[in-house]
Design a protein around this ligand. Sequence first.
Ligand SMILES: [Zn+2]
Length: 145
Amino acid sequence: MTNICPMCKKEGDLVQRITVESLVNDHFKKHLKSFEYGLCKNPDCDIVYFNNETSEIYFQRDIKVPVWYKNQENPIVCYCANVTLKDVIDLVVEKQKIKTFQELVDLTGAMKSCRCKTQNPSGKCCKEVLEDAFNYALSLIDTEI
Ligand SMILES: [Zn+2]
């Protein structure tokens, strides 16, 4: 299947039907026609899932959760434990409660119940995004000193 977003023409990731099925609004569920979907990774594009063979397109408004990299003000960084970027910054920078990535995982319960296949729009584990958020929060401390 071609994996080029029909709107922004950028190459997307592949996600399995189970991820799309879990996250699209309920009335779309029974209309899903494909076993695999493209996931648009462009932050400025409003399309989330697409399949060019079946001409299916799902926009951000058709998905139950906000997609973290699509221009969110306070993106979710772990969908399983519902941890947001603000939560991470709060713990690391404001409260200075956390020094290591492991402490962040322990305290927030992030990645404890790995349900990423059905909770995270990318269908992948939140670890990478959570690490990015942690490193970003650390960088905020450095610049304050
Ligand atoms: Zn796109």
